[in-house]
Design a protein around this ligand. Structure first.
Ligand code: PBG
Length: 307
């Protein structure tokens, strides 16, 4: 039983923060082990072409290389933002633990404008997410939503340089990096329904590594895990991933999980919504997905895939 664990992660400052967070929790729960962080560059990090993310092709742009390292035994764990993790893991791998969720909301960041309502006609808002674009345009059709890529610091720098009047980022990333002061306004969940898994950190291992799975048990947060499972179950039925305008957020309400889901056209003109409550996360996800499909969600997703 190895006492030296290697964590595979992307190299961005946020990914490193998350890997260190997992390392610190492992060291707290398992005195006597040592942990090494192995950072690697993924296709999602190096993509430079001027094509919108939903056309990049292939799911899991940010996780594939790390999963390969895990399968080949070069690392023992992989730490991901659950938002970037596809619905299905490759054979032999599984998400063994999901940690307690950070703020699930999207954050509006701007120097001149306190709120999206204050943006003038034609203002440039940076976001490469079709999900954020659609929901913003729904209420503010007069805005110009423009592509914005790079890690959190890069996106803020592009805002500061004046390339945009505002940008939208996950609150979780800003808070983890100590950049919460940059948040101008936290977007209400009903105005910007978050991405599936947003704000949650997942830890992936080899399915046959029972020792590692045992060590991860104390790091898991059962409430977050069931919420993210409900969101992912909805997404799996829809065949969605983080590049599509699909959103979902689940939360516990007493003894039941409440799940809200959304599918939109990229221009925000059509927004389908469904919600339900239940105790079984997977069944709840399917229920909400089926309610969206009944409203035409499958056709919207199909149209985007083929465009
Ligand atoms: N798509 C990249 C990505 N993956 C996870 C986060 C934020 C952290 C999180 O949601 O856990 C981000 C950046 C962003 O959307 O602002």
């Amino acid at each position: 039983m190895s006492r030296h664990l290697r964590i595979g992660t992307r190299a961005s400052p946020l990914a490193i923060w998350q890997a260190e967070h997992v390392r610190d929790a492992l060291l707290r729960h398992h005195p006597g082990i040592t942990v090494e962080i192995v950072s690697m560059t993924t296709r999602g990090d190096t993509w430079l072409e001027d094509a919108p993310p939903h056309t990049w092709g292939g799911k899991g742009l940010f996780v594939k290389e790390i999963e390969d390292a895990l399968l080949q035994g070069q690392v023992d764990l992989a730490v991901h933002s659950m938002k970037d993790v596809p619905a299905q893991q490759p054979d032999g791998l599984e998400i063994a633990a999901i940690m307690a969720r950070e703020d699930v909301r999207d954050a509006f960041v701007s120097k001149a404008y306190p709120h999206p309502d204050a943006l003038p006609e034609g203002a440039r808002v940076g976001s490469s997410s079709l999900r954020r674009r659609a929901q913003l345009l729904r209420h503010h059709p007069h805005l110009r939503v423009e592509d914005l890529r790079g890690n959190v610091a890069t996106r803020l720098r592009k805002l500061d340089e004046g390339q945009y009047d505002a940008v939208i980022l996950a609150a979780a990333g800003l808070k983890r990096l100590g950049l919460q002061d940059r948040i101008t306004h936290l977007l209400d969940i009903d105005h910007s329904l978050p991405a599936v898994g947003q704000g949650a950190i997942g830890i992936e291992t080899r399915s046959d590594d029972t020792v590692m799975r045992g060590r991860l048990v104390p790091l898991a947060d059962a409430d977050t895990q069931s919420c993210v499972l409900a969101e992912r179950s909805m997404n799996q039925v829809l065949g969605g991933d983080c590049r599509l305008p699909v959103a979902a957020v689940a939360e516990w309400r007493g003894t039941r999980i409440h799940l809200r889901g959304l599918v939109a056209t990229p221009d925000g003109r059509r927004i389908l919504r469904a919600e339900a409550e239940g105790r079984d996360p997977a069944a709840l996800g399917r229920t909400v997905a089926e309610a969206l499909v009944a409203q035409g969600a499958a056709q919207i997703i199909q149209d985007i895939r083929c465009s």
